[in-house]
Every structure is written in structure tokens, then in C-alpha cells.
Ligand binder design. Structure first.
Ligand SMILES: NC(=O)c1ccc[n+]([C@@H]2O[C@H](COP(=O)([O-])OP(=O)(O)OC[C@H]3O[C@@H](n4cnc5c(N)ncnc54)[C@H](O)[C@@H]3O)[C@@H](O)[C@H]2O)c1
Ligand SMILES: [Zn+2]
Length: 558
């Protein structure tokens, strides 16, 4: 722990506390906002006005990185610094991260008092102070912005509630925490006993959602929720199998943290992902008088996540939502991206909503109890992430397959983190699938969905159908000269190592083609195929000849 970084909202006293802490320890105080003003030779408000927020965050990132590169600094950051992933990772790399907390009312009072002083000495106001106080309802604005950042503030190793403390008290508290950590021999670099790793943050119009990943996080659920500002009551929704394995750990942790928790269990499997179950959930929530500020927690696979998310989106027009994925498919795919839905007899996921969770917590150790077939189908999606966008991730699957298959904790956590980060990046760039980025996640899904539908969702697990679909897409890519044959071979080898199917003998090809709209009626309707340009790079094509697609399907079935 070479440095201390103070994070938290404007008005929590970071600059003054940094100076006081540095005094006690004999370290150097660094105020990144002051540093930026010094370097730019112009007040922060002007940088915002003339160059925009992105330019300011760049300057801030440089200041943070520089301060973190040395040793013995106590760094006070601007309230929004943590929203820049590069700044955040610089602070956590070798620093003790402390969040200074205060209630919105306290913040408002302090900022109004500060403003009077700052008006006499303009230039050094915190970057966001003036815009915050300038609007019609400053307190509401503070509350909203703070709520949006809370999950990221929760990543701090320590939090000090400053409402009724003096600057000197807060500084003492920071020093005491630092010493306690040092005495325990914990270092922030040790994600398994200090801080869960932040895989990525999903940035959407609804705010930002941190993805926390680690081995053994479930027993710490209560603490993690409190850190994220979720105080309860919470309503945990899970299926009966996951309940028998993990519900008591989750409940124990919640109760231990003083969080009021209620639980709802439904029969496992896709057949529960219906409006009927959703209705039972609505009635249960209403009977407990659940309010908007309360939180629904999905504990389980994609079924629990999709169903609970849909109910969270609609009950009371939207209530708090946290995802705790326990299946591999839910960790690397379903829990990220805000797609929630239930099925109708007429089709899967026909009724749904985009609704982002506030936080995702993935305890990788839960995979030890996931049945083998479900584990392998989950790997299919993770391998897909490597194929379409991350050649290094794919190489890990090639070179360290045995360790991953054995669920070696460090490596498995790393691989899942990386895979979740890919999905997070894609979703952040294209939240509603309108910019042609999110569609890349559909690699292997054109044929995969066709196979699932043609076999009435009974023969293949989703990931298995996707594996076969990826083989089809790769062959189409090779035939069109888009995909190098070596990429096809590498893909095939990895899918084989992960015991995924590569073909679909005896499948009714007519049904598959019909499900894919690959029939005469569909001439002119353009299927968009995702194709590999190489391992780690992909593109879409709307001009794949129908005959070629049918021929490739025949090859898969034959
Ligand atoms: N929202 C999205 O973006 C998205 C993406 C992909 C899939 N999905 C949806 O997700 C669902 C499929 O996800 P899934 O495969 O997780 O289904 P699931 O929730 O049914 O889980 C599969 C099985 O694994 C069990 N299970 C889960 N975690 C376990 C653990 N740690 N140990 C032992 N057993 C465990 C469950 O009880 C269940 O029987 C589908 O409904 C699909 O539509 C949604
Ligand atoms: Zn999928």
C-alpha cells in the first residue's frame, strides 16, 4: 500500500482530510483538482466550458496516474474521478482506497457554505460543485448523482461516514484503517480477502453498474450490498436447486449485516420463466409492502436473472435490482446488459424490458456445484467472447484449457472477469443494439437459435447450439474468404477441448432452415451473419448466399 487515495462525492472533505492525513503520516498530500488547475493555468470551470468533460477527465487521469506512480502520497480526487476506469485502476493498483461518505443533505449544506468562500477565491472549486448548485433542485441533483456513483464508491477498501466528524477525526479514522489493514497483512492487491475485483463497469443511460467478480464472495454478500448503499429490505429470488445450495449462506450474510431479507423460491428451469411466476412474485412483493427503494436480488442462473429483472423493471414501475449469477451462462452473459424477459407459449423472451441492475456480484466458486453440461455450455459463450473480440482471452482457452476445466480459482476468476468485461464493453457501446456493435455477440446464434427452435428447446442446451452455430458461421466465413482456415481450426480445437458439440446429426434440416427463415419465402429478407475476420476480430455480413448457408447446414447435419 504505497499511497492512499481518497474518493467520494464533492463536499465530503477530501482535500482537507488528505492534508491532515499526510501531516500525521509524514506523507505528501496531492489534490488532483489543484494539480489540474496548476498545469492548465485555468480554472476547472473553464476547462469544462471550453474543452468539455472528456478533456477534463483526461487531465484528471494524468494527474491521478502520476500521483499513484510514486510512494507516500495521500491523494484527494475529484468526486467523479472514479468514473474513469483508468483512474480507478491506477488508484487501486498500489493504493489504499478510502471513500469519504456523507448524506446528501450534509453535502448540500457544505457545498453551499464552500461556495460562499470559493466566490472570493474562484478557480479551485471542485469540478462539479458549480453545476450541482446551479440547477433548480440542487439537493435532488446531488441525490441522483450520488446514487448513480454509489456502487463504484462501494469499491473502496474502507468507508468513513463524515457527517458528524471533524476533519481531524476523519483523518484519524483513515490512518487507523490503514494501520488495521497493514496489521492484518491484507493488501488491496489480494482480491480474495480484501476487495472483490471489479471486472468492468457497464455504462448505460440508466447509470453505471459495477461487475464484481471473485472467489468466495457470497458469504460477504451483506457487506458488499451495504458498501454499495443497499440497506434493505431485500427480496431474494432464486430457484429451488440454487436455494438448496446457496440460500442459507446468502441469508446468513444478509442478516449478519443487519439487512432485512425475504426469500422467494420457484421450481428450477425455463418453465418457471413465465408471467404466471411473475404474477406470484408481484403478489408476494405487494403482500410484504415492498417499496421502490427496496431491492430485488436475483440469485441463480439466467432464469432467475431474467425473471427477477423483469419483475424489478415492472413492479412499482421499477424497483432496485441486483444480480448474483451462479451459473456460468449467467455470469458471462445473462447478468450483463439489462435484457430481462419472461416467455410466452408463443415464444421465448417475448415479454420483457431493458432494465439495468445496480450491481452484479459473481462468486466464481459457485461453479464447483454447477453440473458439467451447464458448465460447458457457459464456456461456449465465454469462448465466443474471445473469438469475436479478445484474442488473448481465446489464447488462454487454448493454452490453459485443463486449468480452466479444473476450475483453478485464480485463473478461472481471471477468465470470467475478462469475459464479463467484453460483454460490458459491448453493452456500454451499444446499449439497445442499435449501433451494430452488440450484434457481434450473436456470433454462432443465427444457426444456434434455428437449431434450438427446430428441436423445440429439448435436445441442445443454448451454449451447445451456439457451439454448432459457430462451426457453421466459421465455415461460411471460410467459403466467403472472410475467415482464415486457421481460425476455423483453432475454434474447432478449443470447442472440442471444452467437450462442446461440433455438429448436429439427424436434425430435421427443413425445420432448422424454416426457423432461420432460410427458405424461399425469405428471399430478399436479409439475415445478418456475424463472421470472424480472424481470432479476436469479427464483422457482420448481409450478403451470405442462401445456397451456401443451406450447404453448410447440410454439412453440420451430415
Ligand atoms: N438476459 C440475457 O441477456 C440472457 C442471455 C443469455 C441467456 N439468457 C437466459 O438465461 C436462461 C439460461 O440461463 P442458465 O443456463 O443459467 O439457466 P438456469 O437459470 O435455468 O440455470 C441452469 C440450471 O443450473 C442450476 N444452477 C445454477 N447455478 C448453479 C450452481 N452454482 N450450482 C448448481 N446448479 C446451479 C439451476 O438451478 C438450473 O437448474 C435462459 O432463460 C435464457 O433465455 C438471458
Ligand atoms: Zn447466447
Amino acid at each position: 500500500m504505497d499511497n492512499i487515495a481518497l474518493i467520494g462525492f464533492s463536499g465530503t472533505g477530501k482535500s482537507q482530510v488528505a492534508r491532515a492525513v499526510a501531516d500525521i503520516l509524514g506523507w505528501t498530500p496531492v489534490d488532483t483538482d489543484a494539480e489540474i488547475v496548476r498545469r492548465a493555468g485555468t480554472p476547472i470551470a473553464r476547462i469544462f466550458q471550453t474543452q468539455g468533460e472528456a478533456a477534463f477527465r483526461r487531465l484528471e487521469r494524468e494527474a491521478v496516474q502520476e500521483a499513484c506512480a510514486g510512494k507516500g502520497s495521500v491523494i484527494a480526487t475529484g468526486g467523479g474521478a472514479i468514473m474513469d476506469p483508468a483512474s480507478l485502476s491506477a488508484m487501486t493498483a498500489n493504493g489504499f482506497l478510502v471513500c469519504l461518505e456523507a448524506r446528501p443533505e450534509t453535502i448540500y449544506r457544505r457545498l453551499t457554505e464552500n461556495k460562499r468562500e470559493n466566490d472570493q477565491a474562484p478557480g479551485l472549486a471542485d469540478a462539479e460543485e458549480r453545476p450541482l448548485l446551479g440547477g433548480p433542485d440542487p439537493l435532488a441533483r446531488i441525490q441522483a448523482l450520488k446514487a448513480q456513483r454509489q456502487p463504484t464508491y462501494a469499491l473502496a477498501h474502507w468507508t468513513v461516514h463524515t457527517d458528524s466528524l471533524s476533519i481531524a477525526d476523519v483523518a484519524q479514522e483513515v490512518v487507523r484503517a490503514l494501520r488495521a489493514f497493514a496489521a492484518r497483512g491484507d493488501t488491496p492487491q489480494n482480491p480474495f480477502n480484501v476487495s472483490p475485483e471489479l471486472a468492468a463497469t457497464v455504462e448505460t443511460s440508466a447509470g453505471s453498474c459495477p461487475l464484481l467478480v471473485g472467489w468466495g464472495l457470497l458469504p460477504r454478500l451483506g457487506e458488499l450490498l451495504l458498501q454499495a448503499g443497499v440497506k434493505g429490505p431485500v427480496y431474494v429470488v432464486t430457484d429451488d436447486r440454487v436455494a438448496s445450495l446457496y440460500l442459507s449462506t446468502a441469508r446468513h450474510s444478509l442478516l449478519g449485516a443487519g439487512i432485512e431479507a425475504h426469500t422467494f423460491t420457484f421450481p428450477m428451469g425455463e418453465q418457471s420463466k413465465t408471467l404466471a411466476t411473475a404474477t406470484r412474485l408481484y403478489e408476494w412483493l405487494a403482500s410484504l409492502k415492498a417499496r421502490r427503494a427496496d431491492t430485488l436480488v436475483a440469485l441463480g442462473g439466467g432464469v432467475a436473472g431474467d425473471l427477477t429483472g423483469f419483475v424489478a423493471a415492472t413492479y412499482n414501475r421499477g424497483i432496485g435490482f441486483v444480480q448474483i449469477p451462479t451459473s456460468l451462462a449467467a455470469m458471462v452473459d445473462a447478468s450483463i446488459g439489462g435484457k430481462t424477459a419472461v416467455d410466452l407459449p408463443a415464444g421465448k423472451n417475448l415479454v420483457g424490458a431493458f432494465y439495468q441492475p445496480r450491481l452484479v456480484i459473481a462468486d466464481v466458486s459457485a461453479l464447483r456445484t454447477l453440473p458439467q453440461r451447464e458448465t460447458m455450455e457457459g464456456w461456449a459463450e465465454a469462448i465466443k467472447h474471445g473469438l469475436i473480440l479478445d484474442a488473448d482471452l481465446f489464447r488462454t482457452f487454448e493454452e490453459q484449457a485443463e486449468q480452466v476445466l479444473a476450475l483453478e480459482p485464480g485463473l478461472t476468476t481471471e477468465v470470467i472477469k475478462r469475459s464479463m468485461a467484453i460483454k460490458a464493453k459491448v453493452v456500454s457501446e451499444d446499449e439497445r443494439e442499435t449501433r451494430g456493435v452488440r450484434v457481434l455477440l450473436n456470433y454462432g446464434h443465427t444457426i444456434g437459435h434455428g437449431l434450438e427452435a427446430a428441436t423445440e428447446y429439448g435436445r441442445f442446451l443454448h451454449g451447445e447450439a451456439v457451439a454448432i452455430g459457430m462451426m457453421g458461421a466459421a465455415r461460411i466465413g471460410v467459403a466467403l474468404g472472410v475467415t482464415p482456415p486457421s481460425a476455423l481450426e483453432r475454434q474447432e480445437e478449443v470447442l472440442r477441448r471444452f467437450r462442446l458439440p461440433l455438429s448436429c446429426p439427424d436434425v430435421n434440416l427443413e425445420l432448422v432452415a424454416a426457423a432461420m427463415s432460410l427458405d424461399k419465402k425469405a428471399v430478399g429478407s436479409s439475415l445478418r451473419w456475424v463472421l470472424l475476420q480472424e481470432v479476436g476480430r469479427s464483422t457482420t455480413r448481409g450478403d451470405v448466399p442462401m445456397d451456401l448457408a443451406l450447404e453448410v447446414l447440410q454439412g453440420l447435419a451430415g
